[in-house]
Design a protein around this ligand. Structure first.
Ligand code: GLC
Ligand code: CA
Length: 544
């Protein structure tokens, strides 16, 4: 089994990372040109979101050919060079396998549309009248999850965009095709995979209306999902690689099963419960201020639970679907540096493999777009329409999108202070954030107190102290408001972590015999024999 406890993964959204040819869109050669930067950061793996041939309706999550490179991102030779050059720097590449669905432009779907029964069975087609979808399930991007094809007099299922048709995993031929994709990229030297919404792949035999919700409880962590993952891993020898599954609306029990090494499914899992603490009644499009008590509780349950079940978490705040964490749980104006560092420390010292999303290491903020014309994401555009139709005011919709749009994380990576942030010589495909402090590589690379330098130290510490990579975890101070504190332990050594998620000073109990390891303020916090005084958004770690 691969050892991944002491590894750190860096996520790249190629479209927004670095543009090498001036067309305003990031590409593979752009990534290759920044490998020295990534090596200096100290990360072990790069997870690249999809760069395969795609109509780009969902920025590459609508794949038309899994074994190709979309011309927008470069050529197969560019991919091979990137793999080679990353390898020379000791960095492994992880690719994003979107196996729940394909683009409707994929040749399999095109053949299905042309009437080929073999390929119709690759997808989830159902008979039905044009005005009666087979079930009442909702697409995660809004609207019905079914689309009618008049020519075939059939509906097909799409849990996401109408151009993302769900694959029929119950069909063994589909599973064989997908194994071939894994083998193709293994042959190119890829070192790991991220599996997109992989806990949604197994649908019920008979699909029926969901009378309680949007349908998700009928297909999430479905009946054969574990069997399918075990088969995929076994038949491709994938258990010697780093694999991570994106788990949508899942449970702790399921995640233990997905990631317990004895079961040979995946190395680790993403879950999103901790990123819904500012959703009102679980609704992404209803605002509430973040509930830190709930966040603490969730981390406690998941971290302790995964430890007990010998599962393994991917730990993270940010990705290409989430708003920027410093704008969300930190204070991106008054305590920009302090809160960005506190948030980093909080995650990196937990039990699990940390994922850094491009620009997070610079404290990049939300976009704060003022105008709907600045948004690009299919989900944001859909919801702009849906919310407006519901009668929300323009101001309300603007505020919601500013807080929730996936475009918040998709603005160009900021390499320097120039008008296009060193991302492109042309016009960026999406505007830069409207509010931009010194969140760029040039300003931070040589500055010892910068957010970037802080991330580098966190990565080094993981390599230096086995306790951070492999220690056990226990949560502390359950009653301290707006504070998350925990203790890691290994072979008699202990690491205490304290994080203040507020702009108010906090006093919490702390053993007296500890010494300061690292913190979000330059100077260690004030301590008494049994108490620690945390400054606004202070995060710090102490050792015995
Ligand atoms: C995952 C991806 C997201 C994509 C969706 C459909 O949630 O992270 O970007 O839109 O799956 O593939
Ligand atoms: Ca380009």
């Amino acid at each position: 089994m691969l050892n991944f406890q002491d590894k750190v993964v860096y996520q790249i959204y190629p479209r927004s990372f670095c543009d090498s040819n001036g067309d305003g869109i990031g590409d593979l050669n752009g990534i290759t040109s920044k490998l020295d930067y990534l090596a200096s950061l100290g990360v072990d793996y790069l997870w690249l979101t999809p760069f395969f041939r795609s109509p780009q309706r969902d920025n590459g999550y609508d794949v038309a050919d899994y074994c190709s490179v979309d011309p927008v991102f470069g050529t197969m030779e560019d991919a091979e060079r990137l793999l080679r050059e990353a390898d020379q720097r000791g960095i492994g590449l992880m690719l994003d396998m979107v196996f729940n669905h394909t683009s409707t432009q994929h040749v399999w779907f095109q053949r299905a549309l042309a009437g080929d029964k073999t390929y119709q069975d690759y997808y989830l087609f159902r008979d039905g009248a044009p005005d009666a979808p087979p079930t009442n399930w909702q697409s995660k991007f809004g609207g019905s999850a079914w689309e009618y094809v008049p020519k075939l007099k059939k509906w097909y299922l799409h849990l996401f965009d109408v151009t993302q048709a769900d694959l029929n995993w119950e069909n063994p031929a589909v599973r064989e095709e997908l194994k071939q994709v894994i083998r193709f990229w293994q042959g190119k030297g890829v070192k790991g995979f991220r599996f997109d919404v992989v806990n949604l792949i197994s649908k019920p035999e008979t699909m029926t209306d969901d009378l309680q919700g949007d349908g998700r409880r009928m297909y999430t962590d479905g009946r054969h999902v574990h069997q399918f993952l075990q088969e995929l891993t076994r038949d491709t020898g994938m258990d010697s690689m780093l694999t991570v599954g994106e788990m949508s609306s899942t449970t702790l029990e399921q995640c233990i099963r997905y990631s317990n090494p004895d079961r040979r499914e995946l190395s680790m899992v993403f879950n999103f419960h901790h990123l819904k603490i500012d959703y009102k009644n679980g609704d992404k499009w209803a605002m509430q201020s973040p509930d830190i008590g709930q966040l603490r509780q969730l981390f406690d349950v998941w971290q302790t639970g995964m430890q007990q079940g010998n599962g393994w978490n991917a730990v993270f705040w940010c990705n290409h679907d989430q708003p920027r964490i410093v704008s969300r749980l930190g204070d991106d104006r008054q305590y920009w540096q302090e809160s960005a560092k506190m948030l980093a420390l909080c995650i990196h010292f937990m039990r699990g493999t940390p994922y850094i999303y491009q620009g997070e290491e610079l404290g990049m903020t939300n976009a704060y777009f003022e105008d709907i014309g600045q948004y690009r994401d299919v989900e944001s555009l859909n919801y702009h329409r849906i919310l407006t139709a519901q009668g929300r005011t323009e101001q309300e919709v603007r505020t919601l999108l500013q807080a929730r749009s996936r475009d918040n994380s998709r603005t160009p990576m900021q390499w320097d202070e120039s008008p296009t942030a060193g991302f492109t010589d042309g016009t960026p495909w999406i505007p830069l954030p409207q509010y931009k402090p010194e969140a760029n590589v040039q300003a931070q690379a040589q500055a010892p107190a910068s957010i970037l330098s802080f991330y580098k130290r966190l990565i080094c510490l993981r390599k230096e102290y086995p306790l951070i990579a492999r220690g056990d975890i226990r949560f502390l101070c359950p009653d301290a408001q707006d504070v998350i504190a925990y203790c890691r332990g290994l072979d008699g050594k202990k690491l205490f972590v304290y994080c203040n998620f507020s702009a108010r000073e906090k006093r919490v109990p702390c053993p007296g015999n500890v010494h300061f390891l690292i913190g979000s303020y330059e100077q260690p916090p004030q301590m008494t024999a049994d108490e620690i005084v945390l400054r606004p958004y202070e995060g710090c770690a102490m050792m015995v």
